[in-house]
Design a protein around this ligand. Structure first.
Ligand code: NDP
Length: 276
Protein backbone atom coordinates (compact mmCIF):
# COMPACT_ATOMS: atom_id res chain seq x y z
CA UNK A 1 0.00 0.00 0.00
CA UNK A 2 1.48 3.43 -0.90
CA UNK A 3 2.33 5.75 2.00
CA UNK A 4 -0.39 8.24 2.95
CA UNK A 5 0.18 11.63 1.35
CA UNK A 6 0.62 14.87 3.26
CA UNK A 7 2.20 18.21 2.39
CA UNK A 8 2.90 21.75 3.49
CA UNK A 9 2.02 24.57 1.09
CA UNK A 10 3.77 27.93 1.27
CA UNK A 11 5.66 30.50 -0.77
CA UNK A 12 8.56 30.35 -0.17
CA UNK A 13 8.61 26.92 1.50
CA UNK A 14 12.15 25.53 1.28
CA UNK A 15 12.91 26.70 4.85
CA UNK A 16 9.94 24.81 6.33
CA UNK A 17 10.57 22.46 9.26
CA UNK A 18 7.16 20.81 8.84
CA UNK A 19 8.34 17.80 6.78
CA UNK A 20 11.01 17.02 9.39
CA UNK A 21 8.55 17.41 12.28
CA UNK A 22 5.82 15.24 10.72
CA UNK A 23 8.28 12.50 9.74
CA UNK A 24 9.63 12.45 13.30
CA UNK A 25 6.08 12.17 14.69
CA UNK A 26 5.25 9.39 12.22
CA UNK A 27 8.33 7.43 13.30
CA UNK A 28 7.00 7.38 16.87
CA UNK A 29 4.07 5.25 15.65
CA UNK A 30 5.75 3.36 12.78
CA UNK A 31 3.51 5.21 10.30
CA UNK A 32 4.64 5.28 6.65
CA UNK A 33 4.35 8.89 5.53
CA UNK A 34 4.87 10.74 2.30
CA UNK A 35 5.15 14.40 3.43
CA UNK A 36 6.25 16.99 0.87
CA UNK A 37 6.87 20.72 0.79
CA UNK A 38 4.97 22.30 -2.10
CA UNK A 39 5.90 25.80 -3.24
CA UNK A 40 2.84 27.48 -4.75
CA UNK A 41 2.67 31.14 -5.71
CA UNK A 42 -0.57 32.82 -4.57
CA UNK A 43 -2.09 32.68 -8.07
CA UNK A 44 -1.48 28.90 -8.23
CA UNK A 45 -2.41 27.97 -4.66
CA UNK A 46 -6.04 26.92 -5.17
CA UNK A 47 -5.24 24.78 -8.22
CA UNK A 48 -2.23 23.19 -6.49
CA UNK A 49 -4.35 22.27 -3.48
CA UNK A 50 -7.15 20.82 -5.64
CA UNK A 51 -4.58 18.76 -7.56
CA UNK A 52 -2.93 17.48 -4.39
CA UNK A 53 -6.20 16.29 -2.86
CA UNK A 54 -7.48 14.90 -6.20
CA UNK A 55 -4.28 12.83 -6.41
CA UNK A 56 -4.86 11.12 -3.06
CA UNK A 57 -3.59 13.82 -0.69
CA UNK A 58 -5.05 13.34 2.80
CA UNK A 59 -3.90 16.40 4.69
CA UNK A 60 -2.00 19.64 4.20
CA UNK A 61 -0.40 22.23 6.39
CA UNK A 62 -0.62 25.76 5.06
CA UNK A 63 1.73 28.60 5.84
CA UNK A 64 2.50 32.13 4.63
CA UNK A 65 0.99 33.60 2.52
CA UNK A 66 -1.87 31.12 1.97
CA UNK A 67 -3.74 30.82 5.27
CA UNK A 68 -6.64 33.08 4.31
CA UNK A 69 -6.91 31.43 0.89
CA UNK A 70 -6.94 27.99 2.52
CA UNK A 71 -9.79 29.10 4.76
CA UNK A 72 -11.71 30.45 1.76
CA UNK A 73 -11.44 27.33 -0.39
CA UNK A 74 -12.48 24.81 2.30
CA UNK A 75 -15.96 23.28 2.39
CA UNK A 76 -16.23 23.22 6.19
CA UNK A 77 -14.41 25.20 8.88
CA UNK A 78 -13.69 24.57 12.54
CA UNK A 79 -14.58 27.18 15.14
CA UNK A 80 -10.90 28.08 15.59
CA UNK A 81 -10.49 28.63 11.85
CA UNK A 82 -13.72 30.61 11.62
CA UNK A 83 -12.86 33.06 14.35
CA UNK A 84 -9.31 33.53 12.99
CA UNK A 85 -10.57 33.77 9.41
CA UNK A 86 -7.63 31.64 8.33
CA UNK A 87 -6.54 28.01 8.25
CA UNK A 88 -3.21 26.29 8.68
CA UNK A 89 -4.58 22.76 8.28
CA UNK A 90 -6.66 21.26 5.44
CA UNK A 91 -8.01 17.74 5.72
CA UNK A 92 -9.78 15.63 3.13
CA UNK A 93 -12.87 14.14 4.69
CA UNK A 94 -14.19 10.67 3.73
CA UNK A 95 -16.79 12.26 1.42
CA UNK A 96 -14.03 14.16 -0.43
CA UNK A 97 -14.81 17.60 0.95
CA UNK A 98 -12.08 19.74 2.48
CA UNK A 99 -12.15 20.74 6.15
CA UNK A 100 -10.21 23.79 7.41
CA UNK A 101 -8.78 24.11 10.89
CA UNK A 102 -6.47 26.55 12.67
CA UNK A 103 -4.12 25.17 15.31
CA UNK A 104 -1.94 28.29 15.82
CA UNK A 105 -3.58 29.62 18.97
CA UNK A 106 -3.92 26.28 20.73
CA UNK A 107 -0.32 25.44 19.86
CA UNK A 108 1.03 28.71 21.19
CA UNK A 109 -0.88 28.54 24.47
CA UNK A 110 0.12 24.91 25.02
CA UNK A 111 3.77 25.82 24.41
CA UNK A 112 3.54 28.58 27.00
CA UNK A 113 1.46 26.83 29.64
CA UNK A 114 2.70 23.25 29.34
CA UNK A 115 6.26 23.34 27.95
CA UNK A 116 7.27 26.57 29.67
CA UNK A 117 4.93 26.12 32.65
CA UNK A 118 3.50 29.64 32.50
CA UNK A 119 0.13 30.53 34.00
CA UNK A 120 -1.40 33.30 31.89
CA UNK A 121 -4.41 33.95 34.10
CA UNK A 122 -4.80 37.55 35.16
CA UNK A 123 -1.97 38.80 32.94
CA UNK A 124 -2.26 42.11 31.14
CA UNK A 125 -1.28 41.14 27.60
CA UNK A 126 0.07 43.23 24.74
CA UNK A 127 -0.30 41.73 21.27
CA UNK A 128 1.99 43.32 18.68
CA UNK A 129 0.65 42.74 15.16
CA UNK A 130 -2.78 42.12 13.71
CA UNK A 131 -2.06 39.83 10.77
CA UNK A 132 -3.01 36.20 10.29
CA UNK A 133 -0.98 34.89 13.22
CA UNK A 134 -2.32 37.54 15.61
CA UNK A 135 -5.86 36.52 14.59
CA UNK A 136 -4.87 32.92 15.21
CA UNK A 137 -3.69 33.46 18.80
CA UNK A 138 -5.86 36.33 20.14
CA UNK A 139 -8.90 34.29 21.20
CA UNK A 140 -6.74 31.58 22.72
CA UNK A 141 -4.94 34.13 24.90
CA UNK A 142 -8.32 35.32 26.16
CA UNK A 143 -9.45 31.72 26.67
CA UNK A 144 -6.24 31.12 28.66
CA UNK A 145 -7.39 33.79 31.10
CA UNK A 146 -5.46 36.95 30.31
CA UNK A 147 -7.17 39.85 32.06
CA UNK A 148 -6.83 42.28 29.16
CA UNK A 149 -5.56 42.08 25.60
CA UNK A 150 -4.20 45.30 24.11
CA UNK A 151 -3.73 44.99 20.35
CA UNK A 152 -1.23 47.33 18.71
CA UNK A 153 -0.47 47.20 15.01
CA UNK A 154 1.61 49.37 12.71
CA UNK A 155 -1.55 50.01 10.67
CA UNK A 156 -4.21 50.90 13.20
CA UNK A 157 -7.13 49.75 11.01
CA UNK A 158 -6.01 46.11 11.13
CA UNK A 159 -5.87 46.22 14.94
CA UNK A 160 -9.40 47.64 15.01
CA UNK A 161 -10.64 44.86 12.74
CA UNK A 162 -9.25 42.23 15.13
CA UNK A 163 -10.64 43.94 18.25
CA UNK A 164 -14.05 44.30 16.58
CA UNK A 165 -14.03 40.63 15.61
CA UNK A 166 -13.31 39.65 19.22
CA UNK A 167 -16.15 41.90 20.33
CA UNK A 168 -15.22 42.03 24.02
CA UNK A 169 -14.31 45.71 24.57
CA UNK A 170 -13.95 45.27 28.32
CA UNK A 171 -11.01 42.92 27.75
CA UNK A 172 -9.75 43.42 24.18
CA UNK A 173 -9.01 46.89 22.84
CA UNK A 174 -6.51 48.70 20.64
CA UNK A 175 -3.89 51.37 21.06
CA UNK A 176 -1.73 53.19 18.50
CA UNK A 177 1.77 51.99 17.61
CA UNK A 178 2.97 55.62 17.96
CA UNK A 179 1.86 55.55 21.60
CA UNK A 180 3.85 52.46 22.67
CA UNK A 181 6.19 54.60 24.75
CA UNK A 182 3.34 56.00 26.83
CA UNK A 183 0.93 53.10 27.32
CA UNK A 184 2.61 51.63 30.37
CA UNK A 185 3.86 48.12 31.01
CA UNK A 186 2.46 44.62 30.51
CA UNK A 187 2.79 41.18 32.09
CA UNK A 188 2.80 39.39 28.74
CA UNK A 189 4.08 40.75 25.43
CA UNK A 190 3.51 38.70 22.29
CA UNK A 191 5.29 39.64 19.09
CA UNK A 192 3.04 38.46 16.25
CA UNK A 193 4.57 40.75 13.65
CA UNK A 194 6.58 39.44 10.72
CA UNK A 195 9.23 42.15 11.22
CA UNK A 196 11.87 39.58 12.24
CA UNK A 197 11.36 37.27 9.26
CA UNK A 198 11.47 40.32 7.00
CA UNK A 199 14.82 41.30 8.48
CA UNK A 200 13.53 44.38 10.34
CA UNK A 201 14.07 45.09 14.03
CA UNK A 202 11.15 46.57 15.99
CA UNK A 203 12.07 49.70 17.90
CA UNK A 204 10.22 49.00 21.15
CA UNK A 205 10.46 51.03 24.37
CA UNK A 206 11.89 49.14 27.35
CA UNK A 207 9.06 50.59 29.45
CA UNK A 208 6.61 48.05 27.96
CA UNK A 209 8.15 45.23 29.97
CA UNK A 210 6.59 45.01 33.40
CA UNK A 211 8.26 43.51 36.45
CA UNK A 212 8.50 39.73 35.91
CA UNK A 213 6.98 40.05 32.44
CA UNK A 214 6.83 37.20 29.98
CA UNK A 215 7.77 37.89 26.35
CA UNK A 216 7.02 35.61 23.42
CA UNK A 217 7.94 35.90 19.75
CA UNK A 218 5.93 33.77 17.34
CA UNK A 219 8.88 33.63 14.97
CA UNK A 220 11.93 31.55 15.83
CA UNK A 221 15.62 31.23 15.09
CA UNK A 222 17.40 34.33 13.87
CA UNK A 223 14.09 36.07 13.14
CA UNK A 224 13.29 36.17 16.87
CA UNK A 225 16.75 37.35 17.95
CA UNK A 226 16.15 41.07 18.07
CA UNK A 227 12.87 40.84 20.03
CA UNK A 228 14.29 38.35 22.56
CA UNK A 229 17.38 40.52 23.08
CA UNK A 230 15.13 43.53 23.66
CA UNK A 231 13.01 41.54 26.15
CA UNK A 232 16.01 40.38 28.17
CA UNK A 233 17.56 43.85 28.14
CA UNK A 234 14.28 45.23 29.47
CA UNK A 235 14.40 42.73 32.36
CA UNK A 236 11.77 40.22 31.26
CA UNK A 237 11.36 37.23 33.56
CA UNK A 238 11.22 34.90 30.55
CA UNK A 239 11.57 35.31 26.81
CA UNK A 240 10.69 32.51 24.38
CA UNK A 241 10.61 32.12 20.64
CA UNK A 242 7.91 30.31 18.66
CA UNK A 243 9.73 27.04 17.91
CA UNK A 244 7.69 25.21 20.53
CA UNK A 245 4.51 26.68 19.05
CA UNK A 246 5.49 25.34 15.64
CA UNK A 247 5.95 21.82 17.03
CA UNK A 248 2.69 21.99 19.03
CA UNK A 249 0.64 23.22 16.07
CA UNK A 250 2.10 20.38 14.00
CA UNK A 251 1.14 17.89 16.72
CA UNK A 252 -2.48 19.06 16.55
CA UNK A 253 -2.52 18.55 12.78
CA UNK A 254 -0.89 15.13 13.16
CA UNK A 255 -3.52 14.06 15.68
CA UNK A 256 -6.32 15.27 13.38
CA UNK A 257 -4.95 13.17 10.53
CA UNK A 258 -3.68 10.06 12.32
CA UNK A 259 -5.80 9.93 15.46
CA UNK A 260 -2.71 9.62 17.66
CA UNK A 261 -1.04 12.22 19.83
CA UNK A 262 2.75 12.45 19.25
CA UNK A 263 5.27 13.18 21.97
CA UNK A 264 6.42 16.70 21.02
CA UNK A 265 9.28 17.07 23.50
CA UNK A 266 11.96 14.92 21.75
CA UNK A 267 11.15 16.58 18.43
CA UNK A 268 11.33 20.05 19.99
CA UNK A 269 14.64 19.19 21.67
CA UNK A 270 16.17 17.84 18.49
CA UNK A 271 15.21 21.04 16.60
CA UNK A 272 16.77 23.11 19.41
CA UNK A 273 20.14 21.38 18.97
CA UNK A 274 22.51 23.43 16.86
CA UNK A 275 23.25 21.62 13.56
CA UNK A 276 26.33 19.40 13.94
P1 NDP B 1 1.03 38.61 8.23
O1 NDP B 1 1.74 38.98 6.98
O2 NDP B 1 -0.38 38.16 8.15
O3 NDP B 1 1.06 39.84 9.27
C1 NDP B 1 2.26 40.54 9.48
C2 NDP B 1 2.10 41.48 10.66
O4 NDP B 1 3.39 42.01 10.98
C3 NDP B 1 1.17 42.66 10.40
O5 NDP B 1 0.49 42.97 11.59
C4 NDP B 1 2.18 43.76 10.00
O6 NDP B 1 1.68 45.06 10.27
C5 NDP B 1 3.28 43.45 10.97
N1 NDP B 1 4.60 43.98 10.55
C6 NDP B 1 5.37 43.56 9.51
N2 NDP B 1 6.51 44.26 9.47
C7 NDP B 1 6.47 45.15 10.50
C8 NDP B 1 7.37 46.15 10.97
N3 NDP B 1 8.54 46.39 10.38
N4 NDP B 1 7.00 46.87 12.05
C9 NDP B 1 5.82 46.64 12.67
N5 NDP B 1 4.92 45.71 12.26
C10 NDP B 1 5.26 44.96 11.18
O7 NDP B 1 1.95 37.48 8.90
P2 NDP B 1 1.48 36.39 9.98
O8 NDP B 1 0.61 37.07 10.95
O9 NDP B 1 0.97 35.18 9.31
O10 NDP B 1 2.87 35.98 10.66
C11 NDP B 1 3.49 36.80 11.63
C12 NDP B 1 4.70 36.08 12.22
O11 NDP B 1 4.29 34.95 12.98
C13 NDP B 1 5.68 35.53 11.18
O12 NDP B 1 6.99 35.81 11.64
C14 NDP B 1 5.44 34.05 11.18
O13 NDP B 1 6.59 33.32 10.83
C15 NDP B 1 5.08 33.82 12.65
N6 NDP B 1 4.28 32.60 12.84
C16 NDP B 1 4.81 31.59 13.60
C17 NDP B 1 4.10 30.44 13.81
C18 NDP B 1 4.70 29.35 14.64
O14 NDP B 1 4.17 28.22 14.61
N7 NDP B 1 5.72 29.60 15.41
C19 NDP B 1 2.77 30.23 13.23
C20 NDP B 1 2.28 31.38 12.49
C21 NDP B 1 3.04 32.50 12.29
P3 NDP B 1 0.86 45.88 9.12
O15 NDP B 1 -0.58 45.36 9.22
O16 NDP B 1 0.98 47.28 9.53
O17 NDP B 1 1.49 45.55 7.81
Amino acid sequence: MPAAQFAVFGHPISHSLSPQIHRAFAQQFGIELDYRAIDAAPADFAAAVQRFFAEDGRGANVTLPHKAAAFALADTRSEAATRAGSANVLTRMPDGRLAAHNTDGAGMVRDLTERHDMDLRGHTALLLGAGGAAHGVAWNLLDAGVATLTIVNRSAEAADVLADAIGDPARAHTRYWEDLASIGSYDLIVNATSAGVLGAALQLPLSLVGARALCYDLSYGAAAGSFLTWARTAGARSAFDGLGMLVETAADAFELWHGQRPDTEPVYQSLRQPAA
